[in-house]
Design a protein. Sequence first.
Length: 194
Amino acid sequence: MMRNIVILNGHPDPASKGLCHALAEAYAEGARSSGHTVRRLDIAALQFGLLHSQSEFARSADSPAILAAQQTLLWANHLVVIFPLWLGDMPALLKAFFEQTLRPGFAFVDRPSGFPIGKLKGRSARIIVTMGMPAFLYRWYFLAHGLKTLERNILRFVGIAPVRSTVLGGIGQRSRESIARALDDVKALGRRAV
């Protein structure tokens, strides 16, 4: 089955052409080689403000960048989110993007009682996280808190499932060969669109 894939590069530095950028390229290359259609969203290149109140969050988005991103999310049936772990979580700019984009009415609908209804059902996701610490330490000792927050409290909350993850740890200590293998693994994920 051919898929519409949006790759979200969550690195907040617009000048960065580091590992997150390379992982996004590898996934895109693999996906395109299997006939999938790919669009990219680089968070650092988007212009949008921060939300400062509940009333701002409850209103519809008005930023052209966010409105375009919402249309891209509606187009996609698979989302790939790539980001570096900063202070145990996603960078603040990526979190701000999700707050701006996944607003009530667009991504979910409140009910008078009970849990809100996610409006982005029928989509799957892959989260790819890079970090300096070993991946096993992040998962075992820190319980992958930041990853689980994105998976459970954001993506699944709005109806996206299944959500799979790839954690690339020890980045600063990896050899070029190890990084090349990781890029090949991500390219293979792209070919399978998982």
